[in-house]
Design a protein around this ligand. Structure first.
Ligand code: G1P
Length: 297
């Protein structure tokens, strides 16, 4: 029998959320377009896709999100203008935003939850594995986060997600996994078999302190599960509940993330990302460090 395709070529980026945590900034601007140092948040996720070998990005979008579409579209007039003004470096920056990628857009017309948003991309994904990246989470590590999951999926055929240890007082903000180290894994203790997941449990009811960070690589079977997933936590169709069904079928792995995660959908996380990414910036970093050093905190 022919083996199912394992190459992960597509990524789903759900961007339909209203961004209420960032009002008034997000009254007219999608939260995904808020800038961290010099790039909109969503560009970090798209760059991670490029670095992970993804070829086709599917945005699940909503009303008032056209700035995202414009950002990843060609801008010949702007490029021409910059070239003419002797700014080829800036023209290159604009050109390279979407280089080599195919983009598709589909709408989630009702805010029915992350699981529902992913299900909206089912037709565009088709019968092949795909990644999901939550655009308000920036993940920076030695290996691009999605690439690490793609490698696990392509080697095992099981769904793979990143998890990280979260402090007890933040457990209720995450999907939390019940997981045990995989037997005889080439990844050692870093990759775990997931036996169950709970969306946003109380600290008392949480099966562990391993929180789902916002990166997933999933087989197309997840769509069958999501189609029959009933609303769960918060009355929404939760991706976590669909993943639970994959875990019951013995097909879900967790990878403990070793890089740095910024939850930039949260104001403090956004500021942390801005400071730390600013400090790492080649041009800006040294002067910014000096500025911070001079502050009397
Ligand atoms: C979503 C997921 C949750 C995950 C989190 C990571 O929740 O439902 O399982 O842990 O992202 O940021 P949200 O933060 O969108 O409420």
């Amino acid at each position: 029998m022919a083996q199912k395709a394992r190459k992960v070529r597509k990524a789903v980026l759900p961007v339909a959320g209203l961004g209420t945590r960032f009002l008034p900034a997000t009254k007219a601007i999608p939260k995904e377009m808020l800038t961290v140092v010099d790039k909109p948040l969503i560009q970090y996720a798209v760059e991670e896709c490029i670095a992970s070998g993804i070829e086709h990005i599917i945005f699940v979008t909503g009303r008032r999100k056209s700035a995202i579409e414009d950002h990843f579209d060609f801008a010949p007039e702007l490029e021409h203008f910059l070239e003419e003004r002797g700014k080829p470096e800036q023209a290159k920056l604009v050109r390279e935003i979407s280089q080599g990628l195919q983009f598709s857009y589909t709408r989630q017309s009702e805010a029915l939850g992350l699981g529902h948003a992913v299900l909206c991309a089912a037709e565009l994904v088709g019968d092949e594995p795909f990644a999901v990246l939550l655009g308000d989470v920036i993940m920076e590590g030695a290996v691009p986060a999605t690439k690490e999951l793609v490698e696990i999926y392509e080697a095992t055929g099981s769904g793979a997600i990143h998890v990280e240890r979260v402090p007890r007082e933040r457990v209720h903000l995450y999907g939390i996994v019940d997981a045990k180290p995989m037997n005889e894994s080439k990844w050692g203790e870093k990759v775990l078999t997931i036996h169950g997941l709970v969306e946003k449990p109380s600290a008392e009811k949480a099966p562990s302190n391993l929180g789902v960070t916002g990166r997933y690589v999933l087989p197309p079977e997840i769509f069958d599960y999501l189609e029959t997933t009933k609303p769960g936590t918060g009355g929404e169709i939760q991706l976590t509940d669909g993943l639970c069904r994959l875990a019951e079928a013995g097909k879900m792995l967790a990878c403990v993330y070793e890089g740095r995660t910024y939850d930039a959908g949260d104001k403090l996380g956004f500021l942390q990302a801005t400071v730390e990414i600013g400090l790492k910036d080649k041009k800006l970093g040294p002067r910014f460090r000096e500025y911070l050093r001079q502050q009397k905190f």
